[in-house]
Design a protein around this ligand. Structure first.
Ligand SMILES: [Zn+2]
Length: 246
């Protein structure tokens, strides 16, 4: 997540919180929400970025770091993201990144959250607003961005000495990049022509290509290096350690 000051529609300077890969403005620190800066149905204009100090009172309080004052939402979101990721890793799966997945994670986490319990209980309730189906809990978006940053870093790491074979990786909150393939990674086949978006597990990465187990009872199939990006659509997120299948 990137944090840079922006000039809002009414001339106030806020601290903006951005998607680090697409430059999308997610929110402003004071939670006035992104529409304090961007007109609905328009894109964020980079011309609004500024080096000027924040003039919005809400943002200034958060940036001042006053003892006992309110905490910065990016810091709160980071703490939430760490808790959600630890919970998912503990269960052996990557975290669910959609709003409902986030809400359910906090439903699980709230009872044992200690000092964070009131916050997690609020996040577990989510936002129900029949008049505005697009309204979501603002901390979800910031937490998702932290999670996606961590999962992206994770996707870029393979065991040392692994021959380099690259594949597409698509970030949940936008942006894609080429990442290396490692043993234990799960790759999804490009099913555009067949309609079958099967997922296989990489069992070996060699100079000549990779071996992929599709869990269909047959031995893992070998894909030449040049076949990898043609056969597979993307690499999926993974849990902290490869799953043991026994
Ligand atoms: Zn502000």
């Amino acid at each position: 997540m990137d944090r840079r000051n922006v000039t809002g529609l009414n001339g106030l300077v806020h601290e903006g919180l951005f998607n680090s890969h697409t430059g999308f403005l997610i929110d402003v620190a004071c939670h006035a929400d992104r529409y304090a800066v961007v007109e609905p149905y328009t894109q964020f204009d980079p011309v609004l970025l500024t080096e000027d100090p924040a003039t919005c009172t809400g943002c200034r309080v958060l940036l001042g770091g006053i003892q006992g004052g309110p905490r910065h939402p990016a810091d709160i979101a980071r703490e939430c993201a760490d808790a959600v990721l630890a919970d998912a890793d503990n269960r052996g799966y990557p975290p669910a990144l959609d709003d409902e997945g986030m809400r359910l994670a906090f439903v699980r986490l709230a009872p044992d959250a200690g000092g964070l319990r009131p916050l997690f209980k609020r996040l577990a309730r989510g936002v129900y607003d029949p008049l505005n189906s697009y309204r979501t809990e603002p901390l979800y978006a910031l937490t998702q961005e932290h999670l996606v940053d961590t999962l992206t870093e994770r996707a870029m790491v393979v065991p040392a000495g692994t021959p380099e074979v690259l594949i597409r990786y698509v970030r949940f909150t936008g942006g894609e990049l080429q990442v290396p393939v490692g043993v234990g990674d799960r790759l999804t086949y490009d099913g555009l022509a067949s309609g079958h978006w099967d997922t296989g597990t990489v069992t070996a990465v060699e100079n000549s290509g990779i071996l992929v187990d599709v869990h269909n009872g047959l031995p893992p199939r070998h894909y030449e290096r040049h076949e990898v990006s043609r056969s597979f659509a993307f690499k999926r997120d993974r849990a902290s350690a490869p799953l043991t299948t026994s």
